[in-house]
Design a protein around this ligand. Structure first.
Ligand code: IPM
Ligand code: MG
Length: 340
């Protein structure tokens, strides 16, 4: 992405702890924009479970318009209710609406944060538009339900291309996670496309692992992976696991990237029981903001956020409860912003 002047950012706080983690990230955005003289403005749009009563939807039209008039969106977590006829997920709606096909989820060991192995530095590239998230999930009768796992060549091609391009800028290794021994047609297609794409990148090491085995390898040898590419649901599951290897979902960021739009969000959920307590860790959201600056092409600004987060962690004085501290969510945000 080429830098330009006048970036417009939409911000949706979501619900539950969304308000807290987004509010804690605002001073970081402000400090970064000021230090690197980035011409950026942000506007808030409503979104989340609390909107249903007022608007009949978790994503009001006004917010859709706001996003369409912005370059990208930062989104806090939002509750996704269960139940056949209930609301569809806010995150999934936005991913679909803007065709944000690559969900990029890095897990990198951080100073002073418990990591199960030294040297973990991997990125999960999760296909974000298909699989069991395609919405082809319905009841046939009261005893039978069907969920269709959609896999298309085009979607496999673009996500594999994305993964190989990313590996070029990293450690030069891509691993496909699949279950082609059972899902012979769908993951068979994904695997075929993966190795076809790999032949275009002879310098990148390409290999593949079954998803069940991967849950084991992520615990026993996570430091051996670089870029992991996989379909939607497998990516959802193993990205929580990968985050746990480096300190938990409280420090797990994500960038949902499309051709010309992106959404940045923490990988964790809305944790309703902590609503309004100013308690949870804002670092997942702050590192998602870092990914936004990277996507915009401001590498120095992104790096400054990473350095500030690491410095606060290394000092170990202002940490939230999940990292063994007693600081509030907002205090961590301010402390990180102060170091930018
Ligand atoms: C994630 C979340 C979402 C998903 C939920 C909130 C819909 O778990 O971003 O990983 O399943 O993708
Ligand atoms: Mg998830």
């Amino acid at each position: 992405m080429v830098s330009k002047s006048g970036w417009k950012i939409a911000i949706i706080k979501g619900d539950g702890i969304g308000e807290d983690v987004i509010n804690a990230s605002l001073p970081v955005i402000d400090a970064t924009k000021e230090r690197f003289k980035i011409n950026l403005t942000y506007k808030f749009g409503e979104g989340g479970l609390h909107c249903v009563e007022k608007y009949g939807t978790n994503l009001p039209e006004e917010t859709v318009t706001l996003m369409k008039n912005s370059d990208c969106v930062i989104k806090g977590p939002a509750t996704t209710p269960e139940g056949a006829s209930s609301l569809s997920s806010l995150a999934v709606k936005i991913r679909e609406m803007f065709d944000l096909y690559a969900n990029v989820r890095p897990s990198k060991a951080l100073p002073n944060v418990k990591s199960i192995k030294p040297g973990i530095d991997l990125v999960i590239v999760r296909e974000n538009t298909e699989g069991l998230y395609a919405g082809l999930d319905f009841s046939v009768d009261k005893n039978t339900a069907i969920g269709i796992r959609l896999i298309t060549r085009g979607a496999c091609e673009r996500i594999c291309r994305f993964a190989f391009d990313l590996a070029k800028k990293r450690k030069g290794h891509v691993t496909l996670v699949h279950k082609a021994n059972i899902l012979k047609a769908s993951d068979g297609l994904f695997k075929e496309v993966f190795y076809t794409e790999s032949r275009k990148h002879p310098k990148i090491r390409a290999d593949d692992v079954h998803v069940d085995a991967m849950t084991q390898w992520l615990i026993s040898k996570p430091e051996t992976y670089d870029v992991i590419v996989t379909e939607n649901l497998f990516g959802d599951i193993i990205s929580d696991e990968a985050a746990e290897t480096v300190g938990g979902i409280g420090v797990g960021p994500a960038a949902n990237i499309g051709k010309d739009y992106a959404m940045f969000e923490p990988i964790h959920g809305s944790a309703p029981k902590y609503t309004g307590m100013d308690k949870v860790n804002p670092i997942a959201t702050i590192l998602s903001v870092k990914m936004m600056f990277e996507w915009m092409g401001y590498d120095k600004a992104a790096n400054a956020i990473q350095v500030a987060v690491e410095s606060v962690l290394r000092e170990g004085k202002v940490l939230t409860y999940d990292l063994g501290g007693t600081a509030k969510c907002s205090e961590v945000g301010k402390e990180i912003a102060g170091k930018i």
